[in-house]
Structures are given as C-alpha cells and as structure tokens.
Ligand binder design. Sequence first.
Ligand code: 1QQ
Length: 375
Amino acid sequence: AKFTALTSLLVLSACGGNQAAGDDEQKSTGVIKADIGVISYISGPGAAYGEAITNGLKLALEEINNKGEVELNLVIEDSAGKQDQALTAAQKLMNSENVTAIIGPTLSTEMNVVGPEADLNGVPIMGTSTTAEGIPQIGDYVFRNSLPEALAIPAAIDKAIEKFDAKKVAILYGNDDVFTKSGFDTMKKVAEEKGLEILTIETFQKGQSDYNAQLTKIKGLNPDLILASALYNEGAVIMDQARKMGIDVPFVGGNGFNSPEVIKIAGDAADGLIVATPWYGEKDDQKVQDFVSKFEEKYGKKPDQFAAQAYDALYIMAEALKNAGEADRDALRDALAGISGFNGILGNFSFDEEGDVVMDPTVLVIKDGAFKVLE
Ligand code: 1QQ
C-alpha cells in the first residue's frame, strides 16, 4: 500500500519472471531453488566483520545444499561499510528476479538505509550482525538474528558491577554511527537504572586515531569501569592507548568489540574487555563443536560471533524457504516471521512479534589474549 511509483516498478520487474521460473523448477525437481543476496562489509577498515560473515554463510551453504532439500545460491556484494554502496548493492539484488531474500548488510548504519528500501520493495532482508535498537521495527520484511545491544549491554554491565563492585563509570562512544550511538543510549540508560555515577561522556568519530584528550580526562576522573561503544578498529586503538596511559580498569563493550580483531590489534591491552554474546566457541555442545572444527578445517581459523550468527542465519533462511514451499518473496517473509524454536549453534532461537531476537547472552572477558567466560 505504501509503494512509491519507482519501487512499484522495481517490484513488478522483480516478480514477473521469478515466480514462473521457480514454479517450473519446483515441479520438475521438487527442490526449492533460490538466490539469496548478501550485502557484506568485505573491504575497508571493518572488513574482518564481513569476512567472518561470508565465511559462515559459505560453510552453511555447502551443508544445506548437500542435504538436497533446498538449493541455494549466494550472490555476494561488498558494501565496504558504506551506506551508499550498501544501497546500490541492495538495489542491484532487489532488481534481480531470482533473488528471493537478502542477508545483511553488516552495519546497522547500512541497514538504516537499506532496510526501508527492501521493505518497500517487499524483499525479505535479515541482518546477521545489526544490533542497534529499532532494526526489525523498520518494517515487516526486516529481520535480524543477531543479539541486540539492548540485550547484550545490560548483561555485560550487570556482570561487571557484580565482579568489580563498580560504582563510577566513564562512557566513550562513536557519535557518527547508528550502532555505536544506539549502544551508547543503552549504556547510559542501564548505568542510570543501576545507580552508577556517570563521571563523563566522551565521543569520537570513525577512523579517529588519537584518543589522548578523551582518555586523559577519563583517567583524571578515576572510574571503576569504562563503557565503550565502538566498532573493533576504533575500540582496539582506544584500549591500546588507554593501557599505555596507565588506565587499567575493565572496559565493557558492545557487539562491535566481540571480534578477535580487537586482540589482534590491541594485543595485551585488550585484556579486561567484557562483552556479552550469544556465541561461545568452547561450549560443550556437539553442534557447536562440529561447526568449530568444520570452520577451522575450511578457513584455517576459529569462527567468531559474526561467523556463527551468519551460519545460523542461512539455516534459518533455508528452514523458512522449506516452510514457504516456494521461492516467493512474500511467502518467505511470512515463513521467516513464523520461525520459532529454531535450534542452531547459538542455541534456541525465535523471533518476537516484531521480528526481533529472543536469546540469552553469555558474558565473556578477554584474559591472557583470549575470550573466556566471566564466571
Ligand atoms: C551493528 C553492529 C556491528 C558491530 C556489526 C559489525 O552490531 O552495526 O549493528
């Protein structure tokens, strides 16, 4: 009902051939075939997020196609972490008649512009790493399977208060990104609710390399904890500079910090970082361990949260396609909305009525250069 002239054209051209071709194929083979578009941050400063995501998707793709119930094909586009490039990629994918749904984009900042377009065009879209407030609420066609900051941050802060008897905090956040701003909003809200004293709120921008001014001020105020809302490249540099200045209190970060890149960039300085995540690779669970060993065999490194979330996402997509019974965008949207009690490597997963995630996080801390459960 709310289609603009331009988007209706897109929808018409996108749906025409697709339905007919899909029906023929299904009749002859019984197997539902679909192209899944992927928009991922695979070049630029945050490329490790997109690399992990596309690796997780490709591993799931092999397994799913081997089972033979559905036959998926990934059409992968790079967004470079940029809104305009993500939107161009989305338009290309939406115009392709064989693309039944889109996975991605990587950043909430990107989803904020891509999600409304996909929704208008009636193309189901599912973020696997978009964690800002309000993403699934963009529209009926917009989903995510990533643990939102609104669930991750309270869990991490609670644990940090309990472990370190924290009373005073400093907050540091990127004020030019949808995800880092949203993470900050949650941090501030939780700090206030928990009766923590907020000593100062400092900001930075993407690509910033010198945090001396912010960290000098924070050091002088002597907080018990630093709450930092950042993507890994800025977050790791902040921790490195903080430790060099003699700031040794724990940091609490959001989803952006939950990447092995933080340890790679910051080294020992990453010790004392607390995050909450739905993914823990050491979990004593056969499904998790099978995934970890297959991933390691294929890519020569352990999977991180972003790989794990993407892997589950393609399984959720495949499950929804089976339930939809055809490679049709509207049927797939309805089937996605109906996914409930899906048992993946991230545990038991359901969407709530707004397409948001229902899941329990685990709190981890970096110690001696590795993520460990914070007991
Ligand atoms: C977001 C995020 C980032 C950490 C994804 C890489 O959670 O942008 O929502």
